[in-house]
Every structure is written in structure tokens, then in C-alpha cells.
Design a protein. Structure first.
Length: 65
């Protein structure tokens, strides 16, 4: 095998390896990002839910009087 052929083969191999590595890395990153996003979303949702619940509670209290 000549140096040129070796270079070509190495490039192909590197591309394949890089793709695999990138996939793994992306999966990990996505998981972390998703966790953070979910936390933020859940906080917002919980705030909204609590607001609605409080509204209902105050309405009921006023209705009893």
C-alpha cells in the first residue's frame, strides 16, 4: 500500500469513527439538554397550575361566604 492509499483509507475510517463518536456525544448532550429543558418547563407549568389552583380555591372560599 502506498502512502496515498493509506491516507484515503485513514480518511474513510476517521469519518466513520467520527460519525459514531458524534452520535454518542450528541445523545449524551441531548439527554442533558432535555433534562434542563424539562426542569424549566416543569417549573413554568407548575407555576401556572398553582395559579389556577389558587384561583379556584379563592373562588370557592368567596362562594362559601
Amino acid at each position: 500500500m502506498t502512502k496515498e492509499v493509506m491516507k484515503k483509507v485513514m480518511k474513510k475510517v476517521m469519518k466513520k469513527v467520527m460519525k459514531k463518536v458524534m452520535k454518542k456525544v450528541m445523545k449524551k448532550v441531548m439527554k442533558k439538554v432535555m433534562k434542563k429543558v424539562m426542569k424549566k418547563v416543569m417549573k413554568k407549568v407548575m407555576k401556572e397550575v398553582m395559579k389556577e389552583v389558587m384561583k379556584e380555591v379563592t373562588k370557592k372560599k368567596q362562594g362559601k361566604r
